[in-house]
Design a protein around this ligand. Structure first.
Ligand SMILES: [Zn+2]
Ligand SMILES: [Zn+2]
Length: 205
């Protein structure tokens, strides 16, 4: 097996020993992944006449292509901050070329909400052909809208202080801790980044 690889989301050259192997499901359920792809596509979006006119071409094309991917994804350390996954297992699969469970293509409809939220973040408008859920809450770390039914996490006061002291968290929450919750609500974009950085800081991978 080739020791060198290319990151399947940012195209950086990486060593297999330093990357992670992810399934299509893990990749396409990540809003942060979609943000990175739509940012890369901003030139194309502009060429098509802006976010509204290019939506069906660029948005639909990208989600059909990614969701339809039957192969595994090799991901670099930086991009690993986009995803929620078992880091040790994903490293083993990358090293040995083994296939994780539940790999293969997924229904593009199942990831449309995640991609739509990212499209809204990057281009300022929700795609017209995806039903927009009601806003349920707001992330206490980045002020992102958290739609009803969207996953979100909690960060307690003690762990937040520890992460701020160690640099895992770059900036403090935007508000005081939530009454009765013992901490803050974190969207998955913020949560996946914190989990990846904490695991690195704590000597993990
Ligand atoms: Zn990458
Ligand atoms: Zn957030």
């Amino acid at each position: 097996m080739d020791k060198q690889a290319v990151c399947d989301t940012c195209n950086a050259r990486i060593e297999r020993a330093h990357c992670y192997c992810l399934t299509t499901t893990t990749v396409v359920l990540s809003e942060a992944y979609w943000r990175s792809q739509f940012r890369l596509a901003t030139e194309v979006v502009r060429a098509f006449g802006g976010a509204e006119r290019s939506q069906s071409t660029v948005f639909d094309g990208l989600i059909r292509q990614a969701a339809g991917s039957t192969t595994l994804w090799l991901i670099c350390e930086d991009c690993s901050e986009h995803f929620a996954f078992d880091r040790a297992a994903a490293r083993e699969h990358a090293l040995h070329g083994t296939v994780p469970a539940r790999s293969g293509a997924v229904d593009p409809g199942g990831c449309a909400q995640f991609a739509a939220a990212a499209w809204e973040h990057v281009f300022g408008r929700w795609p017209s052909n995806v039903q927009q859920p009601t806003v349920g809450d707001t992330c206490d770390f980045c002020a992102k809208k958290v739609y009803q039914g969207e996953f979100a996490g909690q960060l307690g006061v003690e762990v937040t202080e520890r992460y701020l002291a160690s640099g895992v968290l770059e900036s403090p929450p935007l508000c005081p801790p939530r009454a009765g919750k013992g901490g803050w609500l974190s969207c998955m974009v913020c949560m996946n980044r914190v989990v990846a950085r904490a695991s690195r800081a704590e000597g993990g991978r």
